[in-house]
Design a protein around this ligand. Structure first.
Ligand SMILES: Cc1cc2nc3c(=O)[nH]c(=O)nc-3n(C[C@H](O)[C@H](O)[C@H](O)COP(=O)(O)OP(=O)(O)OC[C@H]3O[C@@H](n4cnc5c(N)ncnc54)[C@H](O)[C@@H]3O)c2cc1C
Length: 470
């Protein structure tokens, strides 16, 4: 059986890895549209040794998907190249928001819940207790902002959840579905009338899974998040060597311009070349896939097109030692109406010399077009980033090194209705018996762990259906 994987980002590469693991006899090829692999993961190493991460920079070790990644990392022999941030370090403990003209540290301990910490006007516990008296409302889906506002109050929606959504998916919490981050809590409310009632009823129903060896180590050593000493791109690069060394051909500059999918038939148009595998795993964004199937499957195309992506400007900067307050960085609530989504203190997370401070400013996201138009110049983005570093942190020094990147349509938005569209997409593929399996960040989570896990599920489901046909 021949399987083509569309896209050579982390999910496409992982899909190849898991296909090989499940069935060594498959004929697999990866078709990548650009001239490099890794997709949004790009670790740019400067001549002075500093690494500018353009896309993701840390991975969470927790949960089923987090442990799955650790298991992959271990299988790839990358254990010694990990650099964790431990729970006791300032980069794990000090996460800030910029609000009401100042930087505020968010409570990081149980005791912190009982103190009034600005920008909140009362102790966090008071907001949390509000859930007990708040009336419930039966809804199919709603925005995460509305849900948190209803259950815990507006302060928490404005100063905790909204900046968090900016940090995770550069999105607007008033549009993002509650299921994106709080599916379990939302289900508790819908089923039991309040989150607390749901938590109490399910106290002993916590799902446990056996941890991988590296997962046990991460838990024992209390890793908060981790990366690799040579940057996060180490992960896709190592998967690439793994799959290449096992004979998987990787075709760069092979952009699919059209797809024909019918039962038992796939035709992939690559410029003026046609490829016809027996099955296709698509790891590209739903937005791009929507364009490719529009002519033949307009209904599927509309469903896929509902999941749109936003653009983020990433400005990596290296200064001399700025002697900043230590922490992971800060996020900016959209209520503050600043063009900045957040600033990461890279050199505090992963130190790179006493005489250097490295920061990353993220801008735009759901507000990119309104803030910067279609095609902002590098100069404009750099000077905006510098202006707001001065406003928020008082940084006056000019950077010694910098890199401005505009990541077009880089993060999918799981807006209200997302889960329903994904169900419909799967139903359409099944009902029409299309030889197509989906993975990547558009469907079941936008983080590194989610996309690797989605690729594992995609590969295993392809192998299962092959076995069923035998
Ligand atoms: C700025 C930013 C910061 C992030 N930070 C974090 C973080 O700290 N932690 C975390 O867990 N996650 C983070 N993420 C999310 C993480 O980067 C993504 O989940 C992950 O990289 C997605 O990988 P992917 O392979 O699914 O998609 P992509 O990286 O988009 O890969 C898709 C590939 O398909 C190719 N392609 C597209 N169209 C075609 C076509 N028509 N034909 C052939 N090939 C095509 C593309 O060139 C690309 O190589 C961040 C994302 C961004 C953008």
């Amino acid at each position: 059986m021949s399987v083509a994987i569309l896209g050579g980002g982390l999910s496409g590469l992982s899909a190849a890895y898991y296909l090989l693991k499940s069935n060594g006899k498959l004929s697999i090829r990866i078709l990548e549209g650009s001239s490099r692999l890794g997709g949004w993961i790009r670790s740019n190493k400067l001549d002075n040794g500093v690494i500018f991460e353009e896309g993701p920079r840390t991975i969470r070790p927790r949960g089923l998907a987090g442990d799955n990644t650790l298991s992959l990392v271990q299988d790839l022999g990358l254990e010694d190249r990990i650099t964790p941030i431990y729970a006791h370090q300032p980069a794990a403990k000090n996460r800030m928001v910029y609000a009401k003209g100042k930087l505020h540290s968010l409570p990081s301990s149980f005791g912190g819940l009982f103190k009034t910490t600005p920008p909140f006007s009362k102790p966090l516990i008071m907001y949390l207790l509000n859930d007990i008296i708040a009336s419930s409302k039966r809804v199919e889906d709603e925005s995460i902002y509305d849900f948190v506002n209803r259950r815990f109050g507006q302060d928490l929606a404005d100063y905790l959840i909204s900046p968090l959504i900016c940090g995770i998916c550069a999105g607007d919490s008033k549009e993002i579905s509650v299921n994106f981050l709080m599916k379990g809590l939302f289900e508790y409310e819908q089923k039991y009338g309040s989150i607390y009632k749901g938590l109490v009823r399910n106290l002993f129903n916590v799902e446990k899974h056996e941890l991988s060896e590296l997962g046990v180590k991460a838990k024992r050593e209390k890793w908060s998040v981790y990366s690799f000493k040579t940057g996060l791109e180490t992960l896709p690069k190592t998967i690439e060597s793994h799959v290449r060394s096992r004979g998987v051909p990787i075709e760069l500059n092979s952009k699919c311009t059209k797809l024909q999918l019918s039962p038992n038939n796939v035709q992939i148009q690559l410029g003026n070349k046609m490829v016809a595998p027996e099955h296709l795993i698509s790891s590209i964004s739903s937005q791009e896939l929507s364009r490719l199937v529009r002519d033949q499957h307009p209904v599927l195309s509309d469903l896929l097109g509902n999941i749109r992506n936003v653009t983020v400007a990433v400005i990596n900067l290296q200064f001399g030692n700025l002697r900043l307050r230590e922490g992971f960085g800060f996020l900016v609530p959209p209520k503050e109406r600043l063009p900045v989504l957040g600033v990461i203190f890279d050199s505090c997370c992963f130190p790179c010399g006493d005489d250097r401070t490295v920061l990353t400013v993220m801008m735009g996201g759901a507000w990119f077009g309104r803030l910067f138009g279609d095609d902002p110049g590098e100069e404009e983005l750099l000077s905006t980033a510098q202006k707001y570093l001065k406003v928020t942190m008082g940084v006056e020094e000019a950077p010694r090194e910098w890199k401005v990147s505009v990541l077009r349509d880089c993060i999918p938005q799981y807006t209200v209705g997302h889960d329903g569209w994904v169900r419909e997409i799967y139903r359409y593929i099944e009902a029409n018996r299309l030889p197509l399996t989906l993975c990547g960040s558009s469907y079941h989570g936008v983080g590194v762990n989610d996309v690797i896990y989605s690729s594992r599920n995609a590969a295993e489901s392809v192998c299962k259906s092959i076995n069923a046909m035998k």
